[in-house]
Design a protein around this ligand. Structure first.
Ligand SMILES: [Zn+2]
Length: 179
């Protein structure tokens, strides 16, 4: 049997004129091989048409979910920050108002001046503390530093043991009392 134009016609059925279409159908009716080919092609085309119009890239859902989570977290952080600012402002306002009401001869300017002075003194004492600690660690000799660290570690271990022992004693007494 001659399959020749028909095999290629199967693949571009849409290009055929009515006469060719008829010839093809006649051939398919008597040629199992070409009929099988046409059938397989139709099944494949149906499968392709059945696919969703736009296949999402793999990972798309995950990425989308991750970005959603990130957005929600950012929003929550923003809300927390706003809440903190509101709370701090409210606390400051309440403190200022109550100070204003409770203190005779209260002056907002003197409060502001005092607050600024306090902040500056705290900052400068912090600065001094950091400088002292830094200087201490820079000037200290290695054996003294190691000895100090060991002493500190020993103190921590002792404290932990003492605390643990105290807790154990309390727990032991309680369980004894429960018997
Ligand atoms: Zn054939």
């Amino acid at each position: 049997m001659k399959h020749n134009p028909f095999e290629s016609w199967i693949f571009d059925e849409s290009e055929l004129d009515p006469q060719q279409q008829e010839q093809l159908e006649a051939h398919l009716a008597q040629c199992p091989r070409c009929a099988q080919l046409a059938n397989a092609l139709n099944l494949a085309l149906q499968g392709i048409r059945a696919l969703p119009e736009k296949t999402a890239p793999p990972n798309f859902t995950n990425k989308w979910a991750a970005s959603l989570v990130a957005r929600r977290q950012a929003q929550e952080r923003k809300q927390a920050r706003t809440l903190a600012i509101v709370l701090i402002s409210t606390a400051l306002l309440v403190a200022t108002v109550s100070l204003y009401l409770l203190t005779p001869n209260f002056s907002l300017i003197s409060l502001a001046a005092e607050t600024i002075a306090t902040v500056i003194s705290v900052l400068s004492s912090l600065n001094w503390l950091i400088a002292t600690i830094t200087g201490f660690f820079q000037n200290i000799s290695a054996p003294i530093l190691i000895g100090g660290i060991l002493l500190f570690a020993a103190w921590v271990i002792l404290a932990v043991f003492t605390l643990g022992f105290a807790f154990w004693k309390v727990a032991f007494r309680q369980s004894e009392a429960n018997k």
